[in-house]
Every structure is written in C-alpha cells, then in structure tokens.
Write a protein that binds this ligand. Structure first.
Ligand code: PLP
Length: 417
C-alpha cells in the first residue's frame, strides 16, 4: 500500500484529527437530551471502521451485481436474521442509508406519484419524511394529516378514521418524532383495512423499547415497519425496513435498490448486525427498562417543579415539557440550556403554528441512560431545566452553578475515550 495511506489520521490530516478530538470533547462535556442522540458501543465502532468500508457490492445476498461477495453475503444475511429475530418479522432490509430513505422506499413500493397518504401533522409531532411540503414525499404524493386532540394532546383515532374515510388514502402512516405516548397500532390497522389503505409504521424513536417489549410492537399490525437504527435503538446511523409479506418484501427490496440506492454501506450493515446482537442481550433489556424509568422520573421531577408534561406523562424515551403555562417559548430556553451544555430541542404543542414560537421542549433520555445516569440524575437535570426556565421568565441570567452541575454530571458519567 502507498506509504501515505498507512499514516495515522493525526499525521496525515491533523486538521481533521483536531476537529474529531474537539467533537469528542464536546460530546464528553455535554448533557445530551436531544432524543435522536445516543452513543454506540466500541464493538459497533470497530465494525463500522473496519475493512468493510472498502467493500463494494450492489444488490442483495445471493444476487449481487459484483462477484466475490461470499463474506458480505454471510454478514448481510446474519444482519437480516438478527433484525427479524429482534423485532419478530419475517423479512428485513438492512440497507437503507437513513430513516428517510427507508420511508421513501416504503412509499415507492406502495404508492404512485399523486396518490394520497394520511400521516401525522408536523405540528402534532410527525416527521417531515411523512409527506411534509418541500420533501420528496410531500412533492410526489398528496399528503393529508391527522393531528392530536387539542386538549389532551393524544391521537384522536375517531378523527383518523373520519379523515381516512374522507380522503381514501392508499397509505396511512403511524409513528412520530415528538409524540410522547403509546400508539394503538391495532386501531390504525383496522382503520387502514376499513378504507382499503396500507399501513406503514415508522418506529424510529421507540425501536429500542419495541425490541425489548417496552412499547407495542407494530410488526404484526402494519404492512411495513420502518425505523432508524440509531436514536433510542443505539445502533449506527442508518435505516431498517421490516415486513411479513413475501411479495411486498420483494417490492420493498426493489424499491430501495435499485430504486433509490446503489451500493450498500457494508461497514454500517456490520455495525447494525452488532447492534441487533446487542439488542438481544439481557443488558439491553435492562437499558430499555432504565430508559423508561428515566423518562418518567424526568417528567415527574419537572411536574413537581411546575413544568407540565404534554399528555401528562410519557411512554417513550423522551418527555415533551409543555411551557404554555409559563408563557415561555421553547427556542430561548433551548438557547439558554445550550450555553449550559445541555442539548435539547423545541417541538410544537397544540395551538403552535411554527417551530420558532413553539411551546414544547423535547427532552430525551436515551443518551444519558447509556452513560449510566438514573432517576437521581434525572431529578438534578429537571432542576437545571426548571431553574433555567424560571430564570428566563423572570428575565434573570441562568442560575449560578448550573454549568458546573452539568459538567460534574458529565465527568461522573464519563464516556469511553
Ligand atoms: C420518526 C422519524 N422517522 C424518520 C426520521 C429520519 O431519519 P434520518 O434522519 O435518518 O433520515 C426521523 C429523524 O429524526 C424520525 O424522527
């Protein structure tokens, strides 16, 4: 191999090495409550940085467009078998480069341009890849949306049924980015059946909980289930498609490759396989247990300090704090917490019309649970969030000592180097 290609990053490209080192420091000294964030295992890092990064194949195991693929065929088959095991599905496609591409593949397999889909409104906590304006799904398909009950913040299944009857969608999508409660997938499936629609469930924010039985499993109810493999699931950045129907599985495979993607990222598929393996271990079950306990502890501690939770609680790895009673928008609170090295983001609550003026603060616990934090730490964090919110309402600077408290927590629950 050419000598320069053997050089470590530090000497070959110190500029990039420095940026990576700075990012490691930032992650280490920051309390990450953005619900999409998590930390993968060293084993996944090893797999994703392995020689598989050099392997180019196209197509699927046993049907590649390039020869010499025995090792990666075995690897991808193993990833598929593990994904099916973890989620109780008959078919899995482990190749999507992202959650959005998994969703696009499902739509490409199930819809024609101009067809109608029915999904959760962005303002109610839906995801933009479910038909929002300005995205491929919103431009190619006619998207209709259901919201949540303005008083309870809960999905109104009667409204979903009424909208499904009125718009006759070919596809109904359940699953969201900022909906803090359990979802009745059986009810969604019944609604889809009644109007002759297919049902897709995007379980991106709860996949880890689904894997361990801490959240209802949509696989038996939906035609297609999609997810990201990172976030709460704690795998590498990428997507996954699951289904139980032989013919549909073939259409989904074709929709993803060659429909949307070319070569799969085999090093990422290896890391996904490791993550599926991790999800079957008792330690992962304990992790899910703690995620739910932490989310509920954080919500309860916030409520005790006068910050309500949207819907009054949570069944997912995050809490949506409802700032309406404080008369406070979430964006300035996000900025104030950011300066304290606490990461989180604004989400809409009923009545909000745009993100800058949203009153919901989404606080995820997946990453801090991976660090080993538990209920006691969630109480400390709730105190930091609530005190910062109260200070903003009073026009005061953030509470003295808050930044030190954040750093102390981060140091106590250190990330591996
Ligand atoms: C429900 C849901 N689906 C899909 C995605 C998109 O995933 P990606 O960013 O990997 O495309 C997200 C991302 O946050 C999400 O919340």
């Amino acid at each position: 191999m050419t000598q320069s290609l053997r050089e470590p990053l530090q000497t070959l490209d110190p500029e990039i090495a420095l940026l990576i080192a700075q990012e490691a420091q930032r992650q280490s000294d920051r309390l990450e409550l953005v619900a999409s964030e998590n930390y993968i295992s060293m084993a996944q890092r090893e797999a994703s940085g392995s020689v598989l990064a050099d392997t180019t194949v196209e197509g699927y195991p046993g049907a590649r467009f390039l020869a010499a693929s025995a090792n990666v065929d075995a690897l991808e088959r193993l990833a598929i078998a593990r994904a099916c095991d973890v989620f109780g599905a008959r078919f899995a496609n482990v190749q999507p480069h992202s959650g959005t591409q998994a969703n696009q593949a499902a739509m490409l397999a199930l819809l024609k341009p101009g067809d109608t889909l029915l999904s959760m409104d962005l303002q109610a906590g839906g995801h933009f890849s479910h038909g929002a304006a300005g995205t491929l799904s919103g431009d190619w398909y006619t998207a209709q949306h259901y919201g949540v009950d303005p008083h309870t913040g809960l999905i109104d299944y009667d409204e979903v049924l009424a909208l499904a009857r009125r718009h006759k969608p070919r596809l109904i999508i359940a699953g969201a980015s900022a909906y803090p409660r359990s979802i009745n997938f059986e009810r969604f499936a019944a609604i889809a059946r009644e109007v002759g629609a297919r049902l897709m469930v995007d379980m991106a924010h709860v996949a880890g909980l689904v894997a361990t039985g801490h959240f209802p499993n949509p696989v038996a109810h939906a035609d297609v289930v999609t997810t990201t493999t990172y976030k709460n699931f704690r795998g590498p950045r990428g997507g996954l498609i699951l289904c139980n129907d032989t013919q549909l599985a073939a259409r989904l495979d074709a929709a993803l490759c060659p429909g949307l993607q070319g070569t799969p990222l085999m090093h990422i598929i290896a890391a996904k396989a490791v993550a599926f393996g991790e999800a079957m271990q008792p330690a992962y079950h304990a992790y899910s247990d703690q995620v739910l306990r932490n989310a509920r502890a954080l919500g309860a501690s916030l409520s005790a300090r006068g910050i309500a939770q949207l819907t009054g609680g949570t069944d997912v790895p995050f809490v949506v704090a409802d700032l309406r009673a404080l008369g406070l928008h979430a964006a300035p609170l996000v900025r104030a917490l950011d300066l304290l090295q606490v990461g989180c983001n604004a989400v809409p609550v009923p009545g909000d019309t745009d993100f800058e003026h949203a009153h919901g603060l989404r606080l995820g616990v997946s990453a801090l649970t991976t660090r080993g934090m538990a209920e006691a730490e969630c109480d400390i964090i709730a105190g930091i969030v609530a005190d910062t919110a109260q200070a903003l309402v009073a026009g005061q600077p953030p509470p003295a000592g808050a930044a030190d408290a954040v750093l102390a927590l981060c140091r106590r629950f250190a990330l591996a180097a």
